[in-house]
Design a protein around this ligand. Structure first.
Ligand SMILES: NC(=O)c1ccc[n+]([C@@H]2O[C@H](COP(=O)([O-])OP(=O)(O)OC[C@H]3O[C@@H](n4cnc5c(N)ncnc54)[C@H](O)[C@@H]3O)[C@@H](O)[C@H]2O)c1
Length: 363
C-alpha cells in the first residue's frame, strides 16, 4: 500500500567500487535521500566518490557510517565474501539493509545474516538485479497471470568473456561463476516457480582456461546444471564465462526459456542486434583498461549511464528499494530467504560438478 507520506532517508554505502559507485550516485539523486555516508576499507575510494556525489560523511571504517545516527539504511556493496560483517553490524544497529548478490559465499555467513535479520526484524533485501531487467519482470507478470499454465521447465543460459571472469577472480578468488553469476538466473527461475522449490541438482563442467589462471582447484570454463523442482519441473542452467577476451558481450548475454502446459516464454537477451563499434575502443564496464573495438549495446549486467542518468537493472532496483523505504510501495527485490536458497542451489551445482553425483536439496 502506498501512502503520500515520504520518509526522508539516510543511506550508508559500504564498499565504494563499481556497485557502490552506482548505488551512491543513484541515492544522491533520489528525492527522498537527505543524508549520504560512504565507507570503504580503501580510504581513497571513499573520499573520491564522496567528493563526486557530495556525501556528508566518508570513512575507511564501515562501522562509523553504519552506526551514524542519521543513517536509516545500509547498502552493502563490498566484495562477495565481505558482506556478512557489515550486514550483521547494520542489522544489529537496527538499520534496513540492501546486500549485493550473492547474499554471501558460504552457508555460515549466509545463515548468520538471515538469523540476525529475523531476530531484529529489519527490512533486508538482496540485489538480484536481473529481476529488474525489463524482459524478466514482464515475464514474471505473465507467469503470475497464469498464461503459461503449470511450468514444466525451461532453460537459462548466460555467457560472457574471460576478461570479466578474470576480474571477478582477482576480486573474490573464492567465489565461482556459478555462485556469483549463474545465481542471478537460479534466482529468477526460482521467483517464477512461486514456492515450487528445487529438490535435486546434477551438474557437469569442462574446460581449462579459467583454471590456467586460478590453479587446479579453479572453476570450469563451462558448466551445465539440471535442477529438478518439487512438482517435477526440470530446468537446465548453463554458464560460460570463458569466451575470448574481445567477445563483444559487455556483461551478460542471456537466453531464457520457460515452458508451461498453456504457453511459453522465449527471452533472447544476447543483445546481438545492437552493437557499438569504434576504432578508438569501447571500455569494458567491469574490466578497467580492457578496450574492445565492438560491444553489444545493453549487455552490461547492471545497466549504463548516459547523460548523467543511469538506465537498466541496478538503476531500477535501487530506485525501487529507496521508493519502498520512503513510501512503503511494494518492491520485488529478492528476500533473504530467496537469496539463501539461490546460494544453496549454486553450492549444490558446484558439489555435483565436482563429485559427478546428483545432490538432493532440503530447502
Ligand atoms: N547486481 C549487479 O549488477 C552486480 C554487478 C557487479 C557486481 N555485483 C556485486 O556487487 C558486489 C561488489 O562488486 P563490485 O563489482 O562493486 O566490486 P569492486 O571490487 O568494484 O568493489 C568492492 C569494493 O568493496 C571494498 N571492500 C572490500 N572489503 C570491504 C570491507 N570489508 N568493508 C568495506 N569495503 C570493502 C573494496 O575496497 C572495493 O572498493 C559483489 O557482491 C558483486 O557480486 C553486482
Amino acid at each position: 500500500m502506498t501512502s503520500f507520506a515520504r520518509e526522508p532517508l539516510g543511506i550508508a554505502v559500504v564498499g565504494c567500487g563499481r556497485m557502490g559507485t552506482h548505488r551512491a550516485r543513484l541515492a544522491a539523486a533520489h528525492p527522498a535521500v537527505a543524508f549520504l555516508a560512504l565507507a570503504d576499507i580503501d580510504a581513497e575510494k571513499a573520499r573520491t566518490l564522496g567528493e563526486s556525489v557530495g556525501a556528508q560523511v566518508v570513512s575507511d571504517d564501515p562501522i562509523e557510517v553504519i552506526e551514524h545516527p542519521d543513517v536509516s539504511c545500509v547498502i552493502v556493496s563490498s566484495s562477495e565474501s565481505e558482506h556478512a560483517k557489515p550486514a550483521i553490524a547494520a542489522i544489529a544497529a537496527g538499520k534496513d539493509v540492501l546486500i549485493e548478490k550473492p547474499l554471501a559465499t558460504t552457508r555460515e555467513d549466509a545463515d548468520a545474516i538471515v538469523a540476525a535479520a529475523e531476530a531484529v526484524g529489519v527490512r533486508l533485501r538482496v540485489g538480484y538485479s536481473q529481476r529488474f531487467r525489463r524482459n524478466t519482470f514482464l515475464s514474471k507478470r505473465y507467469v503470475d497471470e497464469g498464461k503459461l499454465g503449470r511450468i514444466t521447465g525451461g532453460l537459462a543460459r548466460v555467457y560472457n568473456s574471460r576478461a570479466q571472469a578474470f576480474a571477478i577472480m582477482d576480486r573474490s578468488p573464492d567465489v565461482s561463476v556459478i555462485v556469483d553469476i549463474l545465481t542471478y538466473w537460479v534466482d529468477v527461475i526460482g521467483w517464477f516457480m512461486r514456492g515450487n522449490l528445487p529438490v535435486e541438482v546434477f551438474a557437469a563442467g569442462a574446460g581449462d582456461v579459467l583454471r590456467e589462471k586460478a590453479g587446479p582447484d579453479g572453476p570450469d570454463d563451462l558448466t551445465h546444471a539440471i535442477v529438478r523442482y518439487a512438482d517435477g519441473a526440470v530446468v537446465a542452467f548453463t554458464v560460460c564465462y570463458s569466451l575470448p577476451a574481445d567477445f563483444p558481450t559487455l556483461g551478460q548475454s542471456v537466453r531464457m526459456e520457460v515452458m508451461g502446459t498453456e504457453g511459453a516464454l522465449i527471452i533472447d537477451d544476447d543483445n546481438r542486434e545492437s552493437i557499438v563499434f569504434s576504432n578508438q575502443g569501447i571500455g569494458h564496464a567491469y574490466v578497467p583498461g580492457h578496450q574492445m573495438k565492438m560491444g553489444y549495446l545493453g549487455s552490461t549486467t547492471s545497466g549504463d549511464w548516459a547523460m548523467g542518468r543511469m538506465f537498466g537493472p541496478i538503476a531500477e532496483e535501487t530506485r525501487s528499494w529507496l521508493d519502498h523505504l520512503s513510501t512503503g510501495v511494494e518492491t520485488h527485490l529478492a528476500t533473504s530467504g530467496e537469496a539463501r536458497r539461490a546460494l544453496e542451489v549454486g553450492l549444490a551445482m558446484e558439489e555435483s560438478s565436482r563429485t559427478g553425483h546428483p545432490v538432493k536439496l532440503r530447502l
